[in-house]
Design a protein around this ligand. Sequence first.
Ligand code: ZN
Length: 509
Amino acid sequence: MKFYITTPLYYVNGNPHIGHSYTNIACDVLSRFKRLKGDEVLFSTGTDEYGQKIRDAALEKEMTPAAFADMVVPRFRELWKKLNISYDDFIRTTEARHEKVVAQILELLYKKGDLYEGEYSGWYCTPCESFWTKSQIVEGTCPDCKRPVEHIKERNFFFRLSKYQKWLVDYIGSHEDFILPAIRRNEISSFLKNPLNDLCISRPKSRLSWGVEIPFSQDHVTYVWFDALINYITVCGYGSDNRRFKKFWPADIHMIGKDILRMHAVNWPIMLHAAGISPPRTIFAHGWWKIGEDKMSKSKGNIVDPLSMVDKYGVDAYRYFLLREVPFGMDGSFSEGALISRINSDLANDLGNLLHRTLSMIDKYFSGVVPERRGVSDTDNIPGALVYEINNLTSKIETAVDKINFSQALVSIWELINRANKFIEQKAPWKLSKEKKIDELKDMMYDLYEVLRVVSIALLPFLPMTSEEMMKQLGLKKEDADIKKIGFGHGKAGTRINKGSPLFPRIES
Ligand SMILES: [Zn+2]
């Protein structure tokens, strides 16, 4: 099985923030999960470097746009490294491989008559790079960002979006999973009840020269939102490696934030369809992280810097918080207080304690060697029993991950962790030891070891470093990280454990 997942290409006009990190962590979890299953994964991310916003940001720093992009791109790469983002390709829209495919698509659509030249006049918002009609602007300001718009008249190229509107409406109607979650599909469906305007896909060089050249016009460059989307087919080999393209396209998931839904769910499928290419399977638009009730923004000065959070609390604590705190798709509210309480309760208390005390007991009662268990009986195979719950974990996680519901997957893992913690309280192994009930004690330690072993594998996509550290302490090898081994009985009696320091020290706030 193949799995192709993409993040949006991030604009390099500012530093990466929590929203960028959220998208990439989500894609990383899905990629690692598919790899754990043995699928062949292509996971791509990158940067969007053309357009007016970048040109303006560069001007402000008295740099060329190219030099400016070169300065910002490493900040994204550094963050992905710190967050353990296991991407396979990082594409920059200024790369030749990308520009070549953009030119190919432009030529193809132009020859087909889906691009035409016309005069554009309208109200233009520079920060949003959007034209608005007279009825859309509000007292001379942009309806999106409320900044002043200016009236512009120019020759440009247009893409016949309107010609394909009916096709798109039918396609969305017959493909339930095309736009997710459902609330976003409904949003696009109601947007498509009104007639689509054709899309202006060029910018006159007289106004903006920082863009991909249009092959059939000396006077224009490509509109940044038209060129950037094309990266999704560049990455998997369109126009350069046909076998690879056939293998990986259509993309399985385009992961995006909800603010760029229309470009992805309206413009992009129509561009592909017009070019004779199938649409992606799923476009998933997740929610935003707010600070209290406020949207994070530069002007409010409340932007959370993911690097500082990682330096302060550790990468897996940060990943865990974002994935666990809200159902994926909804908006979330970020606060350090909430992050600290997740670390203390879920990570230090539930998970960290279970590992530490189980390994301490195996050390104490069995000299650090996993004991052998007696056979499994009927009472082990009833709901609530550890054996039964261990054997049901894979299907619970798979169901949740297939629905792109990370918090639910983590809840299932933590239910098992907490069941094991409760089991220790109920069975009181220290009493079993005192009463010399050695067979019972062996069974119990083996079962607890099995819980930790399957948890260490199940956590790999979510908390890769924690998973690795747990596996080390449990005496497991790399090849034990296999989804087929998330089931009772794969753990080997006789394995020597290596108890280490606690996974997550408690944080005093
Ligand atoms: Zn605006």
